[in-house]
Design a protein around this ligand. Structure first.
Ligand SMILES: Nc1ncnc2c1ncn2[C@@H]1O[C@H](COP(=O)(O)OP(=O)(O)OP(=O)(O)O)[C@@H](O)[C@H]1O
Ligand SMILES: [Mg+2]
Length: 360
């Protein structure tokens, strides 16, 4: 068996913490960024022939970013992009092959213990909770492990059970919990010692839509009191929660910015979709030619709609002006409109435009 130093993994994944004698931790350096990654790089060996070049996978390839205090930052990317590997390095669970990172000004390799005191981590999956213990007893157990005082454990456990809406089920064993309940308990556990920085790996994966909405509310409420780094495959989730997003693909950041800025990169992809009650063809109208001549219109598609009428899809720069003109001409022709939709570019569109393929 290889030692932890050889494999670059840490021996224990649970965050063992020092007692917090002086109350809440204060960052060593006052700075604007709670999380800083500088050219983080991680190579995995696969199998026995570890030393041979072709048996190595570059999971994270010189990734750099900085997360301003009190904000939510998203790492978005397809399977195998290197998201989990990046956050394991930031959480001190994996040693970078090269590059550096700091949490609250502390180095993730040199100041491992201090970094852990600053961090709450939710890695997801079933690990990290004791199935035979109740939700409350799990939190009490981890409070003790974190070195919290009995008084603060009593107070924080109840506060966290309230925060994640598990107070009513707190006495039940975790083995009987649904996935969404376990995920919320993971978040409560990560927040127990009141860390200023939270790292969440795909917090809503596997949850039903209602449970995902609940958890997103809980995550959104963490800022600005906390700084949050999360990973997700879900464009809409990143769009809703994050002030800034880095799109990761094959170990590299391929684009970074606010959700609005990323979507603006595909701003030409705005579409207006108008459906009519009757088919336009039957009236001998060439709407396509007319609409194509309007200013700012880049393309027009005319199909039959599911309801027996026509659907006009207009690719344009200014959706409001184009919609106005389209409705005006249809009205002057006495055509009944059965639906109107403006399709703004999504982050999915942005990813497609940037990475040249879809995000799945
Ligand atoms: N322990 C490991 N040993 C070898 N290769 C690994 C290991 N963990 C991850 N990898 C490889 O590193 C690359 C990045 O994996 P990682 O888990 O960081 O991606 P991810 O973005 O989190 O993907 P997902 O969205 O599926 O969770 C992948 O090619 C993966 O196969
Ligand atoms: Mg992952």
């Amino acid at each position: 068996m290889r030692s932890a130093a050889e494999t670059g993994t840490r021996m224990h994944e649970d965050m063992a913490l020092e007692p917090q004698e002086h109350g809440r931790l204060v960052a060593r350096r006052e700075g604007d960024h709670a999380i800083v990654a500088q050219r983080l790089h991680r190579v995995y060996g696969t199998g026995r022939r570890f030393s041979r070049q072709h048996d190595r996978i570059i999971a994270v390839d010189d990734v750099s970013f900085a997360v301003p205090r009190g904000t939510i930052f998203g790492l978005l990317g397809p399977n195998g992009a290197g998201k989990t590997t990046t956050i394991k390095m930031l959480s001190t669970l994996l040693i970078p092959t090269r590059g550096t990172a700091t949490i609250g000004g502390y180095d993730v390799v040199r100041d491992e213990r201090l970094v852990r005191r600053h961090l709450g981590v939710v890695l997801g999956g079933d690990r990290g909770l004791y199935a035979k213990l109740s939700a409350r007893d799990n939190l009490v157990y981890f409070g003790n492990l974190y070195g919290m005082t009995q008084a603060s454990i009593r107070r924080r456990v109840e506060e966290m059970l309230d925060l994640v809406n598990l107070r009513d089920r707190a006495g039940e064993r975790v083995e009987g919990f649904s996935r969404g309940m376990k995920q919320r308990l993971h978040l409560a556990k990560a927040l127990l010692h009141d860390p200023p920085v939270l790292i969440l790996d795909e917090p809503t994966i596997g949850l039903d839509p209602a449970a995902a909405v609940d958890l997103r509310h809980a995550v959104a409420a963490l800022a600005p009191a906390h700084t949050v780094l999360l990973t997700t495959h879900d464009m809409n989730e990143a769009d809703q929660l994050c002030q800034e997003i880095a799109i990761v693909d094959q170990g590299r950041i391929v684009a970074q910015g606010t959700p609005t800025a990323l979507k603006a990169r595909v701003a030409g992809e705005r579409r207006v979709v108008v459906t009519t009650a009757q088919p336009l063809d039957s009236r001998g109208l060439d709407m396509r030619a007319y609409l194509s001549s309007l200013r700012g219109v880049r393309g027009v598609n005319q199909d039959s709609s599911a309801m027996g009428g026509s659907a006009l899809t207009i690719l344009c720069a200014d959706t409001a002006a184009t919609l106005d003109e389209t409705l005006a001409i249809l009205r002057t022709q006495g055509i009944m409109i059965s639906g109107v939709r403006v399709v703004e570019p999504t982050l999915e569109d942005a990813f497609l435009a940037i990475a040249g393929r879809s995000l799945d």
